[in-house]
Design a binder for this molecule. Sequence first.
Ligand SMILES: Nc1nc2c(ncn2[C@@H]2O[C@H](COP(=O)(O)OP(=O)(O)O)[C@@H](O)[C@H]2O)c(=O)[nH]1
Ligand SMILES: [Mg+2]
Length: 370
Amino acid sequence: MSSAIDEKILDIEDQISRTQKNKSTEHHLGVLKSKLAKLRRKKLDAQFSKSGGGRHGFDVKKAGDGSAVLIGFPSTGKSTLISNITSKESKIGHYAFTTTSAIPGIMFHRGTQIQIIDLPGIIEEASSGKGRGKEVLAVARGADMIIIIMDPQKTTDYYKKIIRELNNVAIRPGKTKPYISIKKKDRGGIALSTLTKLTHMSEKTFMGILREYKVMNAAVTVRSDPTIDELIDVLEGNRVYPKILIIVNKVDLISKKQRRKIKEKFPDAMIISALTGENLESLKDEIVERLELIKIYLKKQRRKTDYEEPLIVKRNSTIRDVCDKIHRSFASEFRYAVVSGKSSKHPNQRVGLDHVIQDGDVITIIVKKF
Ligand SMILES: Nc1nc2c(ncn2[C@@H]2O[C@H](COP(=O)(O)OP(=O)(O)O)[C@@H](O)[C@H]2O)c(=O)[nH]1
Ligand SMILES: [Mg+2]
């Protein structure tokens, strides 16, 4: 079955590449791209249902304040890096499985604990389901950050390939979710309201893509200027948007001139040597920084605020996220929370589970009594 899907995918990819992009073909392209996205989803669903849940080594338990997955081709230095930035006790253990398992380690840095997951280097054609690639990508889908690690000698092709593989399995590293809200209705057709001018497609194309997804009656609000691909992403609904960090490793092996070239090509990249330790401290800073974590302080009722052990959560977290982090049952036994800090209108504001907290907030959570 999968090969029939593959053939259809190839056929549509071919049609897309042969279609010139202009105003008159835009609508047609939109429809083709929707069809392609639907086929890819079908294929992905088939792969993930086949692989089932958590074969050993790939059932990576979430731990810590955030997680990052290291992706790169074999011998780019993933294992070396992991062993140099994560704690010793967590990394060894499953030595025999090192080529086939995702191995999590914990990086302790600036008061945070970040799970760093070393994935086996089998990314090439991973999304086509060869080898254990699909399990690798399943782990990658759950991460807060994708770290792409490259050899300084081979960068551009590597980078493009990895991004393409990730895109094929609905991962959008470094992108933010487009601001499009679609509220389905029973009748009335499509009410499209755009806050900015659509420059990547006409309204007709926009509507055509909605129709392709059988959205016939809905209130659609667009706050950004999406491309056709971004609109399809929203309609598909299964996209994940992790942060991204690019690492060029083994910088000890190259000249100053080569180093400058890499800087030009990837101005955002961290240039390191996992072996000599060069730049590893800045790398750790960068990982924590890009995860956009905040610190909040808990205060038990009638007690002093605990400034010793802040709770670390992701930016834009809600009181519900805080509850979940403290204890599994906290959210269901929640009554209200009392917040003082940047997110509160005044000190000791009473708030509910959906209240969005900010860095430095002091929070008391009141749960039901038994
Ligand atoms: N010169 C140099 N060699 C490195 C560096 N990082 C890793 N290596 C070497 O590259 C080889 C592959 O490294 P490894 O961590 O096993 O790569 P992995 O396959 O991505 O896990 C090993 O021989 C490492 O010692 C580095 O920064 N500089
Ligand atoms: Mg390795």
